[in-house]
Design a protein around this ligand. Structure first.
Ligand code: AMP
Ligand code: MG
Length: 407
């Protein structure tokens, strides 16, 4: 058996970031920005009103107060999107809307709640305002020439808005990895027909395709391949030639028909590993041409755990990310998290919930590598080093598979 860290390192050393590509903003969420974005223009581009109200000269309203209004002449109205073509002269005000440019002559905005309109061309102001009040200066959010999003940033929704605000509509990002997903096994049935003796229903592809997508890649379902050397070789070669990475399940254990590792060894620079973890001990990783191939074990829970612990860091590396692993956080064991000593690190399927200001992890039920139904209730893996586990109330590291804050 080899240590998990060594297997992870092996994968990372063979996954290199993909080439940068231009992407429209609506296809860039979650991508890594390849080059720093610098603002070519100021945001906001001009001084504008932060309130609906009146643009005034603050000297004109210096004596205004509640019950002691100052009457001003209303010289016109400026809406958002209109040019500031009305000047505010002594004794005058301009009706102004939020986002509209501040007209020449005005140096402050009085919010509409501090005014009483007394006629079409007159308004009473009931508040003295300091120079600059409610005026958003040009460049107040972003000055022209400054870096707005650094290279290497994983783009979140607000980053996309910031890029749009400076006119960047097709940022250069690391391409989102396109991942081909293949299941292997003569026993697998992937349509609705009745099962013959010995057959089971294929369940890994729906899980792995969805997981690969949830982890920010484009997944393509490449179907099921029989336990047949030629069929496997053809499928792997075609997938490796087409996609940025390939994920297979099954065929990497000790069985006579576990041929993925055999074929991968013939075609690729391959390492077949027995890793000191449970589940997901067997793992094959090959580089076919220049394409990484993740040979996950076939047991449904093992394949998902393997993808989460070894696939995710490799795929994130391809995606240009430097935060490689799923989040590891500390939780309190809400019940005993038990295991038996076997020289391996156990990853127990647990459900984490927020309680009393912290995360509480509870086991989800059956913990066999084929117990997918119980795993579906889990949102995290509790990391239990070799030993007997963690007693109720103890601290435990958990790997978050998805957010414990959403159902
Ligand atoms: P293998 O790794 O190919 O030896 O498969 C290990 C176990 O996982 C066997 O019981 C297989 O029937 C099961 N298995 C493999 N692939 C799948 C799949 N795609 N869907 C459901 N079960 C699978
Ligand atoms: Mg098999």
């Amino acid at each position: 058996m080899i240590p998990f860290a060594e297997a992870r390192r092996h994968v990372l050393d063979r996954c290199v970031p993909l080439a940068p590509v231009e992407r429209p903003l609506d296809d860039a969420l979650g991508c890594v920005l390849a080059t720093s974005a610098v603002a070519g223009e100021a945001v906001p581009p001009f001084a504008n009103s932060g309130m609906d109200g009146y643009a005034v000269r603050s000297v004109d309203v210096a004596d205004a107060a509640e019950g002691e209004p100052v009457r001003l002449r209303v010289a016109g109205t400026i809406a958002a999107g209109a040019p500031p073509d009305i000047e505010v002269t002594a004794g005058a005000a301009v009706r102004i809307m939020t986002g509209a440019p501040v007209p020449p002559g005005a140096d402050a905005i009085v919010m509409v709640e501090r005014s009483n309109r007394t006629g079409d061309h007159e308004v009473d102001i009931t508040q003295a305002v300091p120079v600059g009040l409610h005026i958003r200066a040009a460049g107040d959010d972003i000055a022209a020439g400054t870096e707005v999003v650094a290279a290497g940033t994983v783009l979140h929704p607000a980053h996309l808005g910031v890029l749009a605000s400076v006119g960047e509509r097709r940022p250069l990002v690391i391409a989102r990895p396109r991942v081909g997903v293949i299941s292997t096994g003569d026993e697998l049935v992937d349509d609705g027909r009745p099962l013959e003796p010995g057959q089971i229903r294929e369940s890994n592809r729906p899980t792995l395709v969805a997981a690969v997508r949830a982890y920010g890649c484009d997944a393509v379902d490449l179907g099921t391949v029989a336990d047949d050397r030629e069929a496997l070789a053809a499928a792997l070669e075609a997938a490796a030639a087409t996609y940025d990475a390939v994920v297979t399940s099954g065929g990497v254990s000790m069985g006579d028909f576990d041929l993925v590792k055999v074929v991968l060894d013939e075609l690729a620079d391959m390492a077949w590993m027995q890793i000191d973890i449970r589940p997901a001990k067997p793992f094959a990783f090959g580089v076919l041409g220049s394409t990484p191939v993740f040979g996950l074990p076939g047991n449904p829970v093992s394949s998902l755990v393997s993808l989460s612990l070894l696939g995710v860091p490799g795929l994130r590396r391809l995606a240009g990310r430097t935060d490689l692993d799923l989040p590891h956080v500390t939780a309190i064991a809400g019940a005993g998290l038990t295991r038996r000593p076997d020289g391996r690190t156990a990853y127990l399927r647990v459900r984490c919930r927020w309680a009393d200001g912290g995360l509480v992890a509870e086991p989800v039920g059956q913990q066999g590598s084929h117990h997918l139904a119980a795993t579906a209730a889990a949102n995290a893996l509790a990391v239990l080093p070799d030993g007997v586990g963690v007693a109720e109330g103890g601290h435990v590291t958990v790997v978050l598979l998805h957010s414990p804050f959403t159902p």
